[in-house]
Design a protein around this ligand. Structure first.
Ligand SMILES: [Zn+2]
Length: 291
C-alpha cells in the first residue's frame, strides 16, 4: 500500500471505520467493556450502545486509534508510510506526509510501533547470532556539541551505548532485543527462548559470551580476527540487519532514549520479517486493533 492506494481504497473516514469494524468484529459489534453482543448501533455517529453494561463505544476503543483526533485516513497513510520506510521514517517526514504537527506524528508512529511488536514463531535452520551496541546520548565535548568548558572529549566519552542481541534465521526472520548485561547467561537464555534447538545450528563469532551455546544446540563459530566466512559459517545476515538498523537510527531517529529503543527495534524486525508479505498492511491493521 502506498499513499495513493490508501486514499483510493479508503476515500473517507466512514470507509476507514467500516473497514475497522469488519476486521475487528466481522461487522457484528461486540462491547469492548463487557464483551456483550446485545448492541444497538447508531450508524450516523459510528457509535454503538451496549444494552448490557449501558456504555457507548466506537470501534477504536482499546486500540492504537483510541481517542485520536486525527482522521483515520491519515492513520492508514501513516501505517503504510512506516511499513514502506525501509530505513525508518522521521517524525518530521511523517508530519509532512500526513499534514499533522511533528509531536502528533511522533506519537502516532510510536503507537504504530506498538502494533509492530510481535513475538513470532521460534526460529530454526541456520541461525546467526550477533550482538551490537546502539544509540546513547550524543557525545558532549565534540565540535558539534561542545560542553560548557568548551573542551573536546575523547571519542566514546559521554556515550552510553545499549547492547542489543540479534538472531537471524538465514533466509527467514530476525529477532532482536535489548539485553541487560552481555554475558553467557543472558545470551544463552535469549537464544534458548527463540529457537528450536533440535532442528537448528547456531553460528556466532568467537565472543566468549557464546561459550555455553554448544550445551543446548549445534554451535559453530567464525573467528573474525582471521576470516569473515568459513564455508557456511558466517554472520553476514545478522550484520546486514545491524547495518540497516543503525543507518535508520542514525539517519532518522537522531536521539533515541533507552526507553524507546526497543520499539524502534521492533519496527525494524517487523519490516524485515514481513518483507515478502503482500498483506502486511492488513496484518498491521488487525494487530493495531488487537485482533
Ligand atoms: Zn457492555
Amino acid at each position: 500500500m502506498n499513499i495513493v492506494q490508501v486514499y483510493k481504497q479508503f476515500p473517507s473516514q466512514n470507509d476507514c471505520i467500516a473497514h475497522l469494524e469488519k476486521v475487528r468484529w466481522h461487522n457484528k459489534p461486540v462491547c469492548p467493556y463487557c464483551k456483550s453482543t446485545k448492541v444497538s448501533s447508531y450508524k450516523q455517529e459510528n457509535r454503538h450502545h451496549c444494552n448490557n453494561c449501558n456504555t457507548s463505544f466506537s470501534v477504536t476503543v482499546g486500540t492504537i486509534f483510541h481517542k485520536t483526533k486525527v482522521d483515520l485516513q491519515k492513520w492508514f497513510v501513516a501505517i503504510s508510510q512506516v511499513l514502506n520506510a525501509k530505513k525508518g521514517i522521521s517524525a518530521r517526514q511523517l508530519a509532512r506526509d500526513i499534514e499533522v504537527n511533528k509531536d502528533t506524528a511522533w506519537y502516532m508512529a510510536m503507537r504504530i510501533r506498538r502494533a509492530m511488536n510481535e513475538y513470532g514463531d521460534l526460529l530454526e535452520g541456520i541461525i546467526e547470532v550477533d550482538e551490537t551496541y546502539i544509540g546513547g546520548k550524543p557525545r558532549k565535548g565534540t565540535i558539534n556539541n561542545p560542553d560548557k568548558t568548551g573542551k573536546q572529549n575523547k571519542r566514546g566519552r559521554g556515550t552510553k551505548k545499549i547492547p542489543v542481541v540479534g538472531l537471524a534465521q538465514r533466509g527467514g526472520r530476525v529477532h532482536a532485543k535489548v539485553i541487560k548485561g552481555l554475558n553467557h547467561k543472558s545470551l544463552s537464555r535469549i537464544i534458548k527462548g527463540h529457537i528450536k534447538p533440535e532442528t537448528s545450528k547456531v553460528f556466532t563469532d568467537e565472543f566468549k559470551g557464546y561459550c555455553k551455546v554448544a550445551g543446548f544446540v549445534e554451535h559453530k563459530t567464525v573467528d573474525h580476527q582471521k576470516e569473515y566466512v568459513n564455508g557456511e559459517v558466517h554472520t553476514n545476515t545478522v550484520e546486514s540487519f545491524w547495518a540497516l538498523l543503525k543507518r535508520g537510527i542514525v539517519g532518522q531517529y537522531h536521539k533515541i532514549s533507552a526507553d524507546h529503543l526497543p520499539k524502534y527495534i521492533h519496527e525494524f524486525c517487523y519490516r524485515h520479517n514481513h518483507r515478502k508479505n503482500d498483506f502486511v498492511f492488513d496484518l498491521t491493521i488487525s494487530r493495531a486493533l488487537g485482533v
